[in-house]
Design a protein around this ligand. Structure first.
Ligand SMILES: Nc1ncnc2c1ncn2[C@@H]1O[C@H](COP(=O)(O)OP(=O)(O)O)[C@@H](O)[C@H]1O
Ligand SMILES: CC(=O)N[C@@H](CCC(=O)OP(=O)(O)O)C(=O)O
Length: 301
């Protein structure tokens, strides 16, 4: 088998990545690995091709990968085509009744099948499902309080159909993984009355990683990991470091929910989480199969 698709790497480089990876394979055999797939790794053709091959390789060597994908840019593009305006609060898309239909179609339809297709073309068998299938993600309306001057108030924000997972029923994941298939999951969930909720993909991946006691949650993003004040990569972050980093402003914006999701995942049962650079070809393999790893590691306490 090859590690990347045509044009993205030559045979020598592929053999080199594989040779470096092999000594580490035994460490993870039989483990479940949850990968949040998004950002550049998803929109750049050669990176997405390499990603598909990496996931296929992981399955072939006896690891059980579970992919949870994003699709924020693809949703925004479709909403623009339909002349529907999006607004975000704390990085979450305020989602009204008209938008939730579009979001479900884009995530569970187009993007989900594209991601499964990438992996299938690499020679593995991926099955695209959404959090609505097999009762995988039960959700409720996310309650978020408004902030004034950085301080939380009592006022609840109305984010519409933005959901938070209340329960993960992982049977469908185990059924697929146990049959040699790779689950590819779109981050939408079912409400009590059958309504669809739009769930931030990082949050969905974290909840799933906790529920299946993943050995690793890999969060692919567009920065090398969590960076310090000088822009240097922090290789390992404790819960205490994270709290201090958020309070001091060193960790801000979209990195806050990402770090919080990793902390919640390790608390819920994942062994470790890593925030890593999806712009690096073979980021997943390099993280798992090299001594230093890649990105910022967050371990359970
Ligand atoms: N300490 C930090 N280290 C790295 N990135 C940070 C930090 N604090 C804030 N950020 C911001 O967080 C962003 C990553 O979050 P986000 O854009 O939501 O990622 P994604 O789209 O992959 O989910 C980075 O691009 C960066 O602008
Ligand atoms: C509530 C909320 O914001 N949901 C996200 C779901 C997709 C997502 O999270 O995609 P990325 O990982 O590519 O950002 C959205 O509507 O964009």
């Amino acid at each position: 088998m090859t590690l990347t698709g045509p044009g993205s790497q030559d045979a020598g480089e592929q053999a080199d990545v594989l040779a470096r990876a092999l000594p580490y394979l035994r460490r993870y055999a039989g483990d479940t690995l949850v990968v949040k797939y998004g950002g550049s790794a998803m929109v750049d053709a050669s990176l997405s091709d390499a990603f598909g091959h990496d996931i296929a390789l992981l399955k072939q060597v006896g690891i059980n990968p579970v992919v949870v994908h994003g699709g924020g840019p693809q949703i925004s593009a479709m909403l623009r085509r339909l002349q529907i305006e999006s607004t975000f609060i704390d990085g979450l898309r305020v989602t009204d009744a008209a938008m939730i239909d579009v979001i479900e179609m884009v995530l569970a339809g187009k993007v989900n099948k594209q991601v499964a297709g990438l992996i299938n073309r690499a020679g593995a068998l991926a099955v695209g499902i959404s959090g609505m299938d097999g009762g995988l993600i039960s959700a409720r309306r996310l309650e978020r309080r408004a902030r004034e001057n950085g301080v939380e108030t009592d006022r609840l924000l109305d984010l519409g159909f933005v959901g938070e997972p209340t329960r993960i029923d992982a049977r469908v994941i185990y059924a697929l993984s146990g049959s040699g298939l790779i689950p590819v999951i779109a981050p939408v969930g079912s409400g009590e009355h059958g309504e669809t909720y739009n769930i931030n993909a990082d949050t969905a991946a974290g909840a799933i990683a906790g529920a299946v006691n993943a050995s690793r949650l890999l969060m692919l993003t567009d920065v090398p990991g969590v960076l310090d004040e000088n822009g240097n990569l922090i290789p390992e972050l404790t819960a205490e470091d994270a709290r201090r980093g958020i309070a001091s402003g060193m960790i801000s914006g979209g990195m806050i929910p990402k770090v919080e999701t990793c902390l919640a995942a390790v608390k819920a049962g994942a062994r470790a989480a890593v925030i890593l650079d999806g712009r690096v070809p073979h980021a997943c393999l390099l993280e798992l199969f090299t001594e230093a790893g890649l990105g910022t590691l967050i371990r359970g306490e």
